[in-house]
Design a protein around this ligand. Structure first.
Ligand SMILES: *Cc1c(COP(=O)(O)O)cnc(C)c1O
Length: 395
């Protein structure tokens, strides 16, 4: 029998994306142009936002968002410690201070009770909060909004995993994709392995027109708005630099992929959900804890994290992962929390015990493969392998 290999992820690119890219290459317009505009309109409508600014990564979107809120050196921003590098690093780009916050053990999303304690203890003036919907498990949007308005904070949602996830207050409420207040921006990622992709790409959306205009301006060198007309021939060669902006714009080639991925986003989400249901049903070993689904949420299923019950196993997380890899099952960890990285330890003096939940949970976390187009035999191989490792190493 040939050795099976299941990758951690395989992108789902179809003929629509390929043909649109080819058409764009033939169109004579490669950088930000009509495809980017179309992508922005489609995305804004998909998440119920008034404005969308397409950029070349979610990191760029997050940076533009905190810049648009006028984040200044020395100010504080509440950031969950369970997140990717980008969320806190954009705060550092502005010379501001990421005030790390512990997470809710059930979802691994920011713990607002802990956020409140850290806000009160902070010496810096705290101006914003950056919740992360980890793995596409939405936070309560109402809880974020109430917390932000109580403490006069702006909200920048790191929604890198969260399209097309949604949340609703009750059975009778409508599904919502994001906080939609006037002091709120949500940032999405279209990196190669995210729920929809443009290879590299990101989107910042907001209902606040002034914030959207600032992000648009800063995404292309701070050139006056007219300059954007350059690509349809209506713009002027005689642009004005109104701020020292960045070079964050998305190409039409990438946007050509994006417009088709948006159309397929819900289909792709359902495919991941089917795989998740299989895992939830079949990975019933006592050595494991599986994600819980609440009726108030539609998960994007960007990730399928399992947690090991270490007291029931004779091996640790790393050894468990080595066994998965030996059996050809791709896996990963989301994430080593920020407070356990050398930069944040050294510069801000964070210690493991300052974040007891994140410190304990990350040691038992493993993300399993979950992606559209996963073959039946691949799913079965993941399930069999995980179960076998549990049985072989049960205490
Ligand atoms: C992937 C990711 C980002 C960064 O996205 P890019 O598009 O690669 O810049 C930010 N935050 C989280 C939580 C992510 O997973």
């Amino acid at each position: 029998m040939p050795r099976k290999k299941v990758p951690f992820f395989r992108p789902a690119i179809a003929a629509g994306e390929i043909n649109e890219v080819v058409a764009t290459l033939r169109s004579g317009w490669l950088t930000s142009g009509p495809k980017v505009q179309q992508f922005e309109r489609k995305f804004a409508s998909a998440v119920g936002a008034k404005n969308a600014v397409a950029v070349n990564s979610a990191t760029a979107a997050l940076h533009l968002a905190v810049e648009a809120f006028g984040l200044l050196p020395g100010q504080g921003v509440l950031v969950p410690t369970m997140t990717f590098a980008a969320t806190a690093e954009v705060v550092r780009y502005q010379g501001a201070i990421p005030i790390l916050v512990d997470v809710d053990p059930a979802t691994l999303n920011i713990d607002l009770a802990d956020a409140e304690r850290r806000l009160k203890a902070a010496t810096a003036k705290v101006v914003g909060i950056m919740p992360v919907h980890v793995g596409g498990v939405m936070m309560s949007l109402q809880a974020i909004s109430e917390f932000a308005s109580k403490h006069h904070l702006w909200v920048v949602e790191d929604a890198a995993h969260a399209f097309p996830a949604s949340w609703r207050k009750s059975k009778r409420s409508r599904w919502q994709h994001r906080t939609n207040g006037s002091r709120s921006i949500s940032c999405y990622s279209f990196y190669a392995n995210k729920t929809i992709t443009t290879g590299e790409g990101g989107m910042a959306v907001t209902n606040n027109r002034a914030l959207a205009r600032r992000m648009k301006l800063m995404s292309l060198h701070g050139l006056s708005h007219d300059a954007w007309g350059r690509y349809d021939g209506a713009g002027s060669w005689d642009y004005r630099i109104v701020a020292p902006g960045f070079k964050y714009n998305l190409t039409d080639i990438a946007a050509a992929i994006g417009v088709h991925q948006i159309s397929r986003a819900e289909t792709l989400r359902r495919e991941r959900e089917q795989i998740a249901r299989r895992y939830l049903r079949e990975l019933n070993n006592e050595e494991l804890e599986l994600p819980t689904i609440e009726k108030s949420r539609k998960l994007s299923w960007h990730l399928f994290p399992i947690r090991l019950r270490l007291s029931r196993l004779r091996i640790n997380r790393n050894e468990f992962m080595e066994e998965l890899q030996r059996a050809g099952v791709g896996c990963s960890v989301h994430w080593r929390p920020l407070h356990l990285h050398p930069y944040y330890r050294k510069v801000f003096g964070y210690r493991p015990q300052d974040f007891p939940v994140a410190t304990a949970e990350w040691k038992r976390l493993i993300s399993l493969p979950i992606f559209p187009g996963m073959q039946e035999e691949e799913i079965v191989h993941v399930i069999d392998t995980v179960k076998r490792i549990c049985i072989r190493n049960a205490r």
